[in-house]
Each structure stands twice: as C-alpha cells, then as structure tokens.
Design a protein. Structure first.
Lengths: 108, 120
C-alpha cells in the first residue's frame, strides 16, 4: 500500500499569500497518478488537480500541481477567502487507492 | 451535468448491515467506475472499493474485503454499497464518486454523502 504523508498539518496564512502544500509517497507513484482535492466542512471533496499537474474543469489557474515520483506539491498562488479549507492528495497508481491525511489551510 | 444523489442517513445497531444507494444522472453509469469513499468524523478519506458496471468488475480494499459488496443496476443508473458486521468504527459519512474507465482513478464527481451511525 502506498502511504501518502502530507505536510504541514496546518498552514496559517493570510488572503493574498502563497500556499505550498506537500505530499510525499512511501513509494514511487507511476505515471504521476496523483490527484488533489479541496474539502470544506459539510461538503464532499472537490477535484482540483489530476495527473499531478492537470487542472480539473473549472478550477482557477491560481491552483497548480507539480512533482513526480515520490514528491508532489500543490501551490495556491494567491489565497482567496474561499480557499481556506482542507486539502487532500490521492494516488490512483496502485491498489488500494489511498489519500493523504490532509492539510488544513486556515486564516492567520 | 453529471450528478450523484445518495440515499439518506441511516442508524444501525452493531452487528447489523447497511446498504447505501447512489443514483447517477446526466451521464452514463455503465462505462465508468463508481467508487465508495468513507470519512469518519473529523478524519480523512478512505477508499473502500469500486465497480465498473459495464465490465461487471469490482475491486475492494483489503481492509474491507469480505465485509463490503458494491453492485450496480444499469437499468436504474444506481450503484449500491453494502457493509456488514457493523461496529462503532464504521460510523462515518459514506460517499460515492464517479471516476473514469479504470477501477483505480481520480474522482471528478461526488455524491453528497450519507451519514451512517452505528450505535446500540
């Protein structure tokens, strides 16, 4: 099983600042089969990025994904008020599909 | 627009079973994977398994193997997840999610979630 470790656990930032979230895999994720989701309280997750760097439909370009192998990053270039949420990475390279434990981006 | 609509909240006693449904509208059920992901209170996301109805193929997480069954009815565009031998640790919100054409996939579409509470 591929274990995904996200860091930091909590990120305290102000609107307009840049957010950098990390996702490290316990073994290489082939084909960059890594996705990122945003989840707000009481809502289902929302797909942001797939294939490590491809933005999902309707996702603003302030969200970007990068990385390969075992190290992946989600960057939010300028935080908007609606971006404060929990973010999860997910690998779909091997079974079982696994998620990271999440990074909470909170208002400083 | 693809929408996934799940059945309502359930309360079950320990040792019993629960079945949650997920109706797909605005798109086909058959050619795509429907997976189930759960989230315990205050916790992260956990994949349980998935099915590709057109291929009648399923894959389950080892953690739930033997306790979970995922099925689909193409005639009603509805997928189902049944979980047996419930314990309090199964209290969670259960989501269905539609992916692509492979059993292991990312999920652009999600249901609204179904809260299952296991309590004596």
């Amino acid at each position: 099983e591929i274990v995904l470790t996200q860091s930091p656990g909590t990120l305290s930032l102000s609107p307009g600042e840049r957010a950098t979230l990390s996702c490290r895999a316990s073994q290489s994720v082939s084909n960059n089969y890594l996705a990122w989701y945003q989840q707000k309280p009481g809502q289902a997750p929302r797909l942001l990025i797939y294939g490590a760097s491809s933005r999902a439909t309707g996702i603003p370009d302030r969200f970007s994904g990068s990385g390969s192998g075992t190290d992946f990053t989600l960057t939010i270039s300028r935080l908007e008020p609606e971006d404060f949420a929990v973010y999860y990475c997910q690998q779909y390279d091997s079974s079982p599909v696994t998620f990271g434990q999440g990074t909470k981006v909170e208002i400083k | 627009q693809v929408q996934l609509v799940q059945s309502g909240a359930e309360v079950r006693k320990p040792g019993s079973s629960v079945r949650v449904s997920c109706k797909v509208s605005g798109g086909t059920l058959s050619g795509y994977v429907i997976s189930w992901v759960r989230q315990a209170p205050g916790q992260g996301l956990e994949w349980m398994g998935g099915i590709i109805p057109a291929l009648d193929t399923e894959k389950y997480s080892q953690k739930f193997q033997g306790r979970v069954t995922i099925t689909a009815d193409a005639s009603t565009s509805t997928a189902y997840m049944e979980l047996t031998s419930l314990t309090s640790k199964d209290t969670a919100v259960y989501y269905c999610a539609r992916g692509g054409w492979e059993l292991l996939h990312y999920f652009p579409y999600w249901g609204q979630g179904t809260l299952v509470t296991v309590s004596s």
